[in-house]
Design a protein around this ligand. Structure first.
Ligand code: UGA
Length: 434
């Protein structure tokens, strides 16, 4: 099928390449010329395991093209909207500028029988508004939220947990049939496919992210209680996680969640609930946000306290900058935030991240960036692990002790073995761990 994907950021680029890998004829459209040039050359503009292979294969096969011109979408039957919905600085609500611009630019090329399928995370009610906006073209609109995780984006797209179609009563049957054709390969594997109305589909996405954020802040709140009671939050998470109703996943306490989705999505949801006169229903999400932000400062405080309050001029190795491992994304990254806060207090921060240093350097040139993990820890008076990259988790405590000038380790992701590190002479501090 001929498909267009509007917006070639994280979501769009992965979706376009994944759809081509399923055999479709895809054009990705973005207003950013540099991005289109990079993608057209079969190169990925960001780090995402597995993407480079399917992108290159798609481009080489001729089934995947990129363009800055919306005219290239003219003969597509399905147009996926994958543009960003960033946080507005004033209200915290989702900024729909890019979604609206995408629809306005696409509209002249929409024809009866074609379908606009929204993938971006939008405030509930957006799909209904856009359906009206394009009504005179004869094209239909469905909401088809995306649940991919960075680091697993390709797998999540070609092998998702579920497919969700939000359709109207008016055109639903036709739209479902068309989406089923797009996702035929995925559906053939037995992937659950849920059909619902548009507002439900919009809410599915934002409530899923809110639930995940809540799970993380819940366990971080337990870490706060553990800190003053001598309890261990990791053991607690293991024990409650065995209850299948609770589950162990997303119960890792530490410096909390970041990235381009969870933080902005919960704020946008709160703002939307306020607009709908249901602010009280989501008041708890403000707490979720606050707990999350507190944990970054908590780690900073622990480091500072270890220097008796005087961190000025002390050398601190901050290991990790990306908001999570297997990503070079630093949007709202707790790791980068910790580095910047410590630097702001006068510490001599030396950061290292296997993938995110170029992005971090562009945004925070004031930080020092080490060329290697070894160079970062050399002579450090404290090490803070803030992104759980494999190579940090696998650091050898005895070997590392020989490189630092003061063996203090702060485990901001609770991924080290406290016993092994203490046995090697370290003063180990986790987040709510004994
Ligand atoms: C999130 C959702 O997990 C995806 O399902 C969704 O599609 C995506 O947002 C989106 O809306 O596009 P992502 O932002 O890639 O995906 O990252 P997550 O894997 O959810 O991690 C988010 C943050 O939570 C990271 O900073 C991670 O370190 C942190 N986290 C995660 C914890 O602090 N503890 C945990 O137990 C799990």
């Amino acid at each position: 099928m001929r498909i267009s994907v509007i917006g070639c950021g994280y979501l769009g680029a992965v979706h376009a390449a994944a759809m081509a890998s399923l055999g479709h004829d895809v054009v990705g459209i973005d207003v950013d010329e540099a991005k289109v040039a990079t993608l057209s050359a079969g190169k990925t503009p960001f780090f995402e395991p597995g993407l480079a292979d399917i992108l290159k294969a798609g481009v080489d096969s001729g089934r995947l093209r990129f363009s800055t011109s919306f005219a290239a979408a003219a003969d597509a039957r399905v147009h996926f909207i994958g543009v960003g919905t960033p946080q507005r600085k004033d209200t915290g609500a989702a900024d729909l500028t890019y979604v609206d611009a995408a629809i306005a630019s696409l509209k002249p090329y929409l024809a009866p029988g074609s379908l606009v399928a929204g993938k971006s995370t939008v405030p509930v009610g957006t799909a209904a508004r856009l359906t009206e906006e394009i009504r005179d073209t004869g094209a239909h609109l469905a909401w088809n939220p995306e649940f991919l995780r960075e680091g697993f984006a390709v797998r999540d797209t070609v092998d998702p947990d579920r497919l969700v179609y939000g359709v109207t009563e008016e055109t639903g049957a036709e739209d479902v049939a068309l989406l089923d054709e797009v996702y035929a390969t995925i559906l053939a594997k037995g992937t659950p496919r849920l059909v619902m109305n548009q507002p439900t589909a919009e809410l599915v996405k934002i409530s899923a992210n809110s639930f995940l954020a809540t799970k993380i802040s819940f366990i971080n709140a337990m870490a706060e209680i553990a800190e003053v009671t001598g309890a261990d939050v990791t053991q607690l998470a293991d024990a409650i996680g065995y209850d299948a109703r609770i589950g162990r996943r997303f119960l890792n306490a530490g410096v909390g969640f970041g990235g381009g989705c969870l933080p902005k999505d919960i704020r946008a949801f709160v703002a939307r609930a306020d607009e709908l006169g249901r602010g009280e229903s989501l008041a708890f999400l403000r707490e979720i946000d606050e707990i999350n932000l507190r944990r970054r400062q908590r780690l900073v405080d622990l480091v500072v306290d270890s220097f008796d309050g005087q961190v000025f001029g002390r050398r601190v190795a901050v290991l990790g900058l990306a908001f999570k491992p297997d990503s070079d994304d630093i949007r709202d990254s707790p790791a980068l935030d910790v580095a910047v806060r410590l630097k702001g207090l006068g510490a001599e921060v030396v950061s290292y991240d296997p993938e995110a240093m170029d992005n971090a350097r562009r945004m925070h040139p004031q930080l020092a960036y080490a060329d290697s993990l070894d160079a970062a820890v050399e002579g450090a008076e404290a090490i803070a692990i803030v992104t759980e990259w494999k190579q940090f988790k696998e650091l050898d405590p005895a070997d590392t002790a020989g490189k630092v000038s003061r063996p203090f380790v702060f485990d901001g992701r609770n991924v080290l073995d406290p016993v092994a590190w203490r046995d090697a002479g370290w003063t180990y501090t986790g987040m709510g761990r004994v």
